[in-house]
Ligand binder design. Structure first.
Ligand code: ATP
Ligand code: MG
Length: 329
């Protein structure tokens, strides 16, 4: 069976790094690629940042590989995440041999709730002085996330084959919303016999940089996951190497954590690592675990031995790094 993969490079360096990841997928599998547009450039041309045919391509595909969108990012990525009905955002942060990192021992996977919290909340301006935000937390979405987290660690997909996870929240202050989140997550884990630690998210933000070894899989509400995974990104050496996956029941959307990088776009020197590692997550999502691991190993080999792009202290181009990865495959 050849699965269908929607490919949306988007804007900026998305145009440069996504083709590398497509070549990598092509080298390891037999996929049908469907190219689609989204972002600033297509908006300038057609008036809409997310054309209907792009959304349809994503809904029809088994998985989507996305690059980045500029000013229109929120108009593109939020509807695309909902087009794949993604309930969890997976963000691994690990340091690689040969890459400068503040905390090289960091190896942690964030499982971030992807549908609610403050990002799904309703904002209002109530007066010249007052704005409010309603936060949304359901037991069902929290339980769905927890079930995914349990399956994730049961399958040995966490760092070091960890069998438990940490859940972060601020239920001591937001007793109803984070209280509901915490209770749902912990009770699912208890039902399934999966061990959990709890950590208040502020304490977690202090402890992660100090003791990165203490953490493997971290389950978070939406906003907390956004912030804490960026904190972890800082520990492992920046954005060029961080992949992410938006996973739904049937479809997934895979994208680098970085944006369009306007400062280097068009120069052909963007690091394709984050997008290629996102493609590895796509392979695993489709059930090709061995191929995903092969891709990861190839990236790791190139990071260790070069060539490297300028963000990692090298002078190679995106294309040269891509060729080196494919040579190793
Ligand atoms: P956007 O508004 O699209 O998010 P941004 O200005 O926030 O863009 P990012 O893409 O988030 O930029 O990148 C932040 C910094 O990290 C920039 O200096 C950028 O050059 C660098 N960077 C991000 N991704 C890469 C990459 N793949 N390779 C090299 N440098 C990168
Ligand atoms: Mg950015």
């Amino acid at each position: 069976m050849s699965e269908e993969i929607a490919v949306i490079p988007g804007d900026g360096i998305g145009q440069e790094v996504v083709p590398v990841a497509v070549d990598v997928l092509d080298a390891v599998g037999d996929f049908e690629f469907v190219h689609a547009d989204a972002g600033d450039a297509v908006k300038a041309e057609t008036g809409t940042a997310l054309p209907a045919e792009t959304r349809e391509a994503v809904e029809a595909a088994d998985a989507t590989l996305f690059g980045a969108a500029g000013e229109t990012a929120a108009d593109v990525i939020l509807p695309l995440r909902s087009a794949v009905e993604s309930f969890v955002n997976i963000r691994p942060a690990r340091a690689y041999p040969g890459v400068d990192a503040l905390r090289p021992e960091t190896d942690v996977v964030f499982l971030r709730e992807n549908t609610e919290g403050v990002y799904a909340g309703h904002e209002d301006d109530l007066s010249d002085d007052l704005s409010t935000l309603t936060r949304v937390v359901t037991s069902s979405a929290s339980r769905r996330l927890a079930e995914f987290a349990c399956e994730f660690v049961e399958a040995g997909r966490g760092p070091d084959g960890t069998e438990g996870f940490t859940v972060t929240h601020k239920a001591n202050v937001m007793r109803k919303t984070d209280g509901r989140f915490r209770d749902a997550v912990v009770s699912v884990a208890d039902e399934r016999g999966v061990e959990t630690d709890e950590e208040l998210m502020d304490a977690f933000a202090t402890r992660l940089p100090l003791y990165p070894d203490d953490y493997d899989v971290v389950v978070c509400p939406n906003l907390a996951g956004d912030v804490l995974s960026d904190l972890a990104a800082g520990l492992v050496g920046g954005l060029g190497l961080l992949p992410s996956a938006n996973v739904g029941e049937e479809r997934g959307l895979f994208e680098p954590v970085h944006g369009t990088a306007p400062d280097i776009a068009g120069q052909g020197v963007a690091n394709p690592g984050a997008t290629v590692l996102s493609a590895a997550m796509l392979l695993e999502f489709l059930g090709y675990d061995e191929d995903g691991q092969r891709v990861r190993d190839a990236v790791e080999g190139v990071l260790a031995d070069g060539p490297r792009t300028p963000d990692l202290g090298g002078d190679a181009t995106t294309e040269q790094v891509g060729d080196a990865i494919i040579d190793r495959l």
